[in-house]
Design a binder for this molecule. Structure first.
Ligand code: A2P
Length: 340
């Protein structure tokens, strides 16, 4: 018999994504019976609000998952590696927001607007992976184009906000701006260079071939989610001094010719997408406008005349919501509707 309410755990509840998870669960009226908020010892004794009630943050350990139906993990890859197995053993389904399980062949990597059917694969390991934030917003825009015209190649450059690197990274940007305006020296902790008034083409670690791990994720996760293991994708990922909202310049080459008008029409009908494209009125997607919203905003839609079948897009979304918390909660909604 179907449950009316579910016990949900948030691992990393005090973090930037954890906070959004609480908000999104509440906003979407997810049927939460009990909410278990988990974080490190640093957060011991803290209280966070959910549905008008203050809830105590507990310290994460293996025994926290008794009776948990769904565990939303967003506390870093090493925490997921260590504690997701305990959650699964206790009977929970894990929706993991870290990169740890994403490329495991038998763990589904899901964006509901693109490959919701893949959720069924959770039964093998009890785990569903939530993709990288930059990847999520790009594939939601790519899917209708791929279905209509067959994508041959994607070239993406990102302009990623500091919230993608967590709460401390947001504080680092604030503190650097304040320090610079008051003539003090800046402090660098989360970023290898000054992020205030700068752009840093370096997200996650560098690999031997000169790509960063973030770029690698965008390439390989896009292939896995679209079910196209050989799709040509290349990426340059850049951190910019924006607090929230990732922006992307996405260049797409298709098998079949699509005009800009046809792409606009496809995207207007696409689930989760809002076309914001009125250049004559200075209307195009902006990170500030996307913050706190659920949609993927697409604009600057135009043909790329340098190739026979090319399209250029500007794709913006709130990286903490659709890029993380919202996508995870949407997966949980399908889980309880169709599987649990
Ligand atoms: P805490 O606040 O106790 O450090 P962000 O991505 O915004 O930096 O947030 C990371 C989240 O992951 C926070 O909730 C943080 O808790 C949590 N976290 C980090 N390391 C651990 C750990 N070893 N065990 C449990 N939670 C952790």
């Amino acid at each position: 018999m179907k449950k009316e309410e579910y016990t949900v755990a948030i691992v990393g509840a005090t973090g930037a994504v954890g906070e959004q998870m609480r908000e999104v669960l509440e906003e979407r009226q997810f049927p939460v019976g009990e909410l278990i908020l988990l974080a490190s010892e640093r957060s011991a004794g803290q209280f966070l609000e959910f549905q008008g009630r203050q809830r105590r943050v507990e310290i994460l350990h293996d025994d926290c998952f008794t009776n948990v139906d769904i565990a939303l993990f967003s506390a870093g890859g090493s925490v997921s590696a260590k504690f997701a197995p305990a959650a699964v053993s206790a009977g929970a389904v894990v929706i993991d927001n870290t990169a740890h399980f994403r490329m495991a062949p038998d763990i589904p990597l899901v964006v509901p607007e693109v490959n919701a059917n893949a959720i069924a694969g959770y039964k093998t390991h009890g785990i569903i992976a939530n993709p990288n934030c930059s990847t999520i917003q790009m594939v939601v825009a790519l899917k209708p184009i791929h279905d209509a015209a067959g994508i041959k190649r994607v070239v993406v450059s990102t302009y990623q906000s500091v919230s993608g690197a967590g709460r401390q990274a947001m504080e680092e940007l604030s503190q650097q701006v304040a320090a610079l305006f008051s003539g003090r020296d800046i402090e660098k902790k989360k970023f290898p260079h000054q992020i205030a008034f700068n752009c840093i083409p370096h997200i996650d670690v560098f690999m031997d071939d000169g790509y960063t791990k973030e770029e690698w994720k965008m390439i390989h996760e896009t292939r896995k989610i679209l079910g196209e293991p050989a799709l040509a994708v290349t990426a340059t990922t850049v951190r910019v001094p924006v607090f929230c909202g990732h922006s992307e310049s996405v260049n797409v080459e298709t098998e079949k010719k699509l005009t800009a008008a046809e792409v606009k029409a496809l995207l207007r009908d696409a689930p989760g997408v809002i076309v914001s494209d009125e250049p004559e009125n200075n209307i195009y997607p902006l990170a500030l406008d996307a913050t706190g919203k659920d949609a993927i905003y697409v604009g600057r839609i135009r043909e790329d005349y340098s190739v026979p079948n090319g399209i250029q897009l500007w794709v913006v979304s709130d990286n903490l919501r659709k890029g993380a918390a919202l996508n995870a909660v949407q997966i949980a909604e399908i889980l309880i509707r169709d599987y649990l």
